[in-house]
Ligand binder design. Structure first.
Ligand code: PAF
Length: 283
């Protein structure tokens, strides 16, 4: 695996591969890799001839009181994992390579960015869109891989690709879970053993909602109330939001019908975790 933090070197390598008419796949990450990331990398390896990954902890997507400084940094382990999965090229840029000291152009998505996580994390998706657009320009991939756990992020990136005409296909892969159902996340590294057990309540609440809907319940307020009880069983948990929304518009849906996303963000012992499921409700 070639590792570089230099944009010119990366571009030279990728364009050489392109000349051989190879399909370039790309997995952008912020490191602290787990099985969720690796599922993306494995799939990206299968789909293409040349696989690029990136690790960059993007300061623009963290709010002033968020965890940018303490975000887990596990460089050596991450490199070993990516190399074992057959990543051909790892882009590992320094902050100054990505952002000039007087950097002044940003990318903003205006439809989906101010609801759900965007409402609690103002500016977050502006940071994501800006870095993702930069990474797409730098790497110039054919296919890019994201996990369903960040469903809202994926919807926003899809808009970015559509509206800024990036010739890129987006692939979304299922959430990978710990044994107790907790969705894999780099932020799980912050959880103690006890909190990890308690964090299983996010998925338990989603499964409860699924059961209630399958049993014919259609009142969304009642379903959300039941979910809240599951999450609030521990005093260490604080709900940011629990919503049932339309999968395409991310708007709250009073009618539980068709493709819906049940999505939640919960602070477990102060650590913000997110999870979701998609249901197709026939009647
Ligand atoms: O999902 C992530 O890890 C990040 O938001 C991404 C897409 C790598 C952009 O920094």
């Amino acid at each position: 695996m070639i590792v570089t933090g230099n944009i010119d070197i990366l571009r030279k390598i990728v364009s050489k591969e392109r000349k051989n008419a190879k399909i370039i796949s790309f997995v952008p990450t912020m490191g602290a890799l787990h099985k969720g990331h690796l599922s993306l990398v494995k799939r990206a390896k299968k789909d293409a001839d040349f696989l690029v990954a990136s690790i960059f902890i993007n300061p623009l997507q963290f709010g002033p009181r968020e965890d940018h400084k303490r975000y887990p940094r596990t460089k050596k382990k991450d490199q070993d994992l990516l190399s074992n999965e057959g990543v051909d090229l790892l882009f590992y840029p320094q902050l100054k390579v990505m952002y000039d000291s007087n950097f002044s152009v940003f990318v903003d998505e205006l439809s989906f960015s101010n609801v759900l996580c965007g409402k609690s994390r103002p500016g977050h998706f502006r940071g994501v869109c800006t870095v993702v657009a930069k990474l797409f320009n730098i790497v110039n991939p054919d296919i890019v891989y994201f996990g369903q756990k960040d469903y809202q992020q994926v919807q926003i990136v899809k808009r970015l690709v559509r509206d800024l005409n990036f010739p890129i296909k987006i692939k979304i892969l299922p959430i990978v879970r710990e044994k107790n159902g907790l969705a894999m996340s780099s932020r799980n590294n912050y959880l103690s053993k006890e909190r990890k057990k308690e964090a299983a309540c996010l998925y338990e609440a989603l499964l409860l909602a699924k059961r209630l809907i399958n049993d014919g319940k259609r009142n969304q307020l009642e379903i959300i109330d039941e979910m809240k009880k599951v999450v609030k069983y521990s005093k260490n948990n604080k709900i940011d939001y629990i919503k049932i929304v339309n999968v395409d518009t991310l708007k709250e849906t009073k009618k539980i019908k068709g493709k819906i996303l049940i999505v939640l963000a919960v602070y477990v012992g102060g650590i913000r975790l997110i999870d979701n499921i998609i249901l197709n409700v026939k009647k």
